[in-house]
Design a protein around this ligand. Structure first.
Ligand code: CTP
Ligand code: MG
Length: 223
C-alpha cells in the first residue's frame, strides 16, 4: 500500500502575528516546515510529500525541502479545506492508496504515530491521533460560567490524519468547504474514523509561546 502526505502550509499565521507565516520561522536553525516534513518521513512509511503553499511561495518551499522526496509544491486556497482539496486533486493524477494530511505548523510527530494510523486504516477509512482532554471544561458567556461540561470521551484532534485516498477525495468533493479538519468530512458522510493515541509533544504552533514550547521539547530530546 502506497502512502503519500500532504504538508499543509498555505496559511498566513494570523494569530501568531509574526512578519511572515509561522511555518517559515526558524526552529533550531531550520524552517518549521522542514522539521514537519522530516518528521513525516522519519520512519520510512511515507513515499513522498506534496507541499500545499500560498500561491507565489512554490519556489521558496521547494528550496526549503531540498533533498527530501517532495513533489513540486501546489497552491492552496483561502481555507484549510480548500487547500487540502487542492492537494488531493493534484495527487489524483497518480493517486496513492493512503494519504496523510499534516499541518506544517506541527513540527513534532511522536514515534509510532504514523505506524499506528496506518494500522488503523485496515479497519476504517480514516484515523486520527488524539489526546484525551485533561482540563475541567466550562461553558461560559459574558464572563461567567454557565455549566461544567463533562470531559469524559472528549479528545483534542491532532495531525497527521490518515485516510484511504479515495474516501477522502470523495468526501472533499462533496463537502461544503467549512470543515476545520479532514476527519469531520468522513464523520459527516457517516464513515468511521479511528482514534489512535496522540502525544503532548505534537504541538500545533498557533501562538508565539507554542514555538517556545516546541523549542524546549526538542532541546530536552537532545540531552
Ligand atoms: N493552512 C492551509 N491553508 C489555509 C489555512 C491553513 O494550508 N488556507 C494550514 C496552515 O499553514 C497550518 C495548518 O493548515 O499549517 C493549520 O492551520 P492554522 O494553525 O490555523 O494556521 P494558519 O491558518 O496559518 O493560522 P491562523 O489561523 O492563526 O491564521
Ligand atoms: Mg487558520
Amino acid at each position: 500500500m502506497t502512502m503519500d502526505a500532504l504538508l499543509m502550509a498555505a496559511g498566513s499565521g494570523t494569530r501568531f502575528g509574526a512578519p511572515e507565516p509561522k511555518q517559515y520561522l526558524p526552529l533550531r536553525g531550520r524552517a518549521v516546515l522542514r522539521h514537519s516534513a522530516e518528521a513525516l518521513l522519519r520512519d520510512g512509511l511515507v513515499r513522498r510529500i506534496l507541499p500545499v503553499v500560498a500561491p507565489g511561495e512554490e519556489r521558496r518551499v521547494a528550496a526549503l525541502l531540498a533533498g527530501l522526496p517532495a513533489m513540486p509544491p501546489v497552491g492552496g486556497g483561502a481555507t484549510r479545506a480548500a487547500s487540502v482539496r487542492a492537494g488531493l486533486e493534484a495527487l489524483a493524477a497518480d493517486p496513492p492508496d493512503l494519504v496523510l494530511v499534516h499541518d506544517a505548523a506541527r513540527p513534532v510527530i511522536p514515534d509510532g504515530t504514523i505506524a499506528a494510523l496506518r494500522a488503523a486504516l485496515a479497519d476504517a477509512p480514516g484515523a486520527i491521533p488524539a489526546q484525551p482532554v485533561s482540563d475541567t471544561l466550562k461553558r461560559g458567556a459574558a464572563g461567567h460560567i454557565l455549566e461544567t461540561v463533562p470531559r469524559e470521551g472528549l479528545f483534542r484532534a491532532q495531525t497527521p490524519q490518515a485516510f484511504r485516498f479515495d474516501a477522502l477525495l470523495a468526501a472533499h468533493r462533496t463537502g461544503d468547504g467549512s470543515a476545520t479538519d479532514d476527519a469531520a468530512l468522513l464523520e459527516a458522510a457517516g464513515l468511521p474514523v479511528a482514534l489512535v493515541p496522540g502525544g503532548e509533544a505534537n504541538i500545533k504552533i498557533t501562538w508565539p509561546e507554542d514555538l517556545a514550547r516546541v523549542e524546549a521539547h526538542l532541546a530536552a530530546c537532545l540531552i
